[in-house]
Ligand binder design. Structure first.
Ligand SMILES: [Zn+2]
Ligand SMILES: [Zn+2]
Length: 343
């Protein structure tokens, strides 16, 4: 099969590789659409310490079951499916607590194991989720990143009427902002990138979109939160300085959720952290219930992931497209690769 292989930093090649093994209880899935994650660009630039080369990236994927090894009551050949792209061991402390999303030996598609920027991928049946046959393959591919956002929102334990500040208006941040709004929160969004701020307003209808570099940032937040600060701050930037700064804006008794990863130390002001009795949570990957919630919101019309897609390419041109998207940076909100030309 053809696969887009990341040979080493900044080096992609379209190659013939063997079709992946499909052990018992697994399915072989033919890829229809795969969307590109910020983490794929990060890997391309050599920023992912967990990734080893060569690697087929891609974990946000919609496909069709090509074959199943064994019997299954729940799945049939031809089913349209998405992937929960994190394999857990089932017996570590985290797994025993039901926190399979942070298994101590988590194996993520496109990072620790071969991903879905290829004609086929293989996965255990219990990591596949069936979607409606008529769901757009772009919408389906975007369920995974939206599940990541949904998991972050669930960590925030948002209540109706809460004011939530989402820092970072990329796909994960906007997903969190959308899910928090669906949950009944008033949402403020901030990003240092002007294109992203404009997109948050124009495409997703957020009214309160702020620039953290604006000298008036702190006073704007106070003005929008009855001078008290947000109940919950969700930081999706992965930027340690942003994460350090969040506590200064949080309301007393508030909660912070970090959904981005910083590879640098995060130094919080101890006094500010203490004064608020800050609750600080990390959010890693997503669980089945997060995927299910996203699907419910799409099916009920509350969520329209297609607004996220700004760039697309067919698989045969994906190598060049990926390099170009990487150069465009923040102007690419979400890019999708289609295995065949779409009408
Ligand atoms: Zn991702
Ligand atoms: Zn485990």
């Amino acid at each position: 099969m053809k696969a887009l292989v990341l040979e080493k930093m900044y080096s992609l090649s379209m190659k013939d590789v063997p079709i992946p093994d499909c052990p018992e209880g697994w399915a072989l899935v033919k890829v229809i659409s795969v969307s590109v994650c910020g983490s794929d660009f990060h890997s391309f630039k050599g920023g992912n310490a967990l990734l080893t080369y060569p690697r087929i990236m891609g974990h946000e994927v919609c496909g069709i079951i090509e074959s199943i090894n064994g019997n299954s009551e729940s799945f049939s050949i031809g089913d349209k499916v998405i992937l929960m792209p994190y394999l857990s061991c089932g017996h570590c402390k985290a797994c025993k607590k039901g926190k399979t999303n942070c298994c101590s030996s988590l194996s993520v598609y496109g990072v620790h194991r071969e991903g879905a920027m290829a004609e086929f991928y293989a996965a255990p049946l219990d990591h596949l989720i069936k979607v409606a046959p008529d769901m757009s393959s772009h919408v389906a591919a975007l369920i995974e990143p939206l599940a990541i956002s949904t998991h972050a929102v669930s960590r925030g334990e948002i209540k109706i009427g809460d004011v939530v500040l989402v820092v970072g208006a990329g796909p994960i941040g906007i997903g969190a902002a959308l899910m928090a709004r669906i949950d009944g929160a008033t949402v403020l969004v901030s990003d240092t990138n002007e294109a992203r701020r404009r997109y948050a307003m124009d495409a997703f209808g957020f009214e309160h979109v702020l620039d953290p570099l604006d000298p008036a940032y702190a006073s704007q937040i106070l003005l929008l939160t009855s001078e008290e600060g947000p109940d919950v701050i969700i930081d999706s930037t992965g930027n340690n300085r942003s994460m350090e700064n969040d506590v200064n804006f949080l309301s007393n008794g508030g909660r912070m959720v970090f959904v981005g990863i910083s590879n640098k130390p995060i130094a919080l002001d101890g006094t500010q952290f203490h004064k608020r009795e800050t609750e600080l949570f990390d959010s890693r990957a997503a669980k089945l219930q997060d995927f299910e919630k996203v699907i419910r919101c799409i099916e009920s019309g509350k969520l329209d992931p297609l607004k996220m897609v700004t760039h697309r390419a067919v698989f045969s041109e994906s190598k060049e497209a990926f390099v170009q998207w990487n150069e465009l940076g923040g102007d690419v909100f979400k890019a999708v690769i289609d295995m065949t030309e779409k009408k």
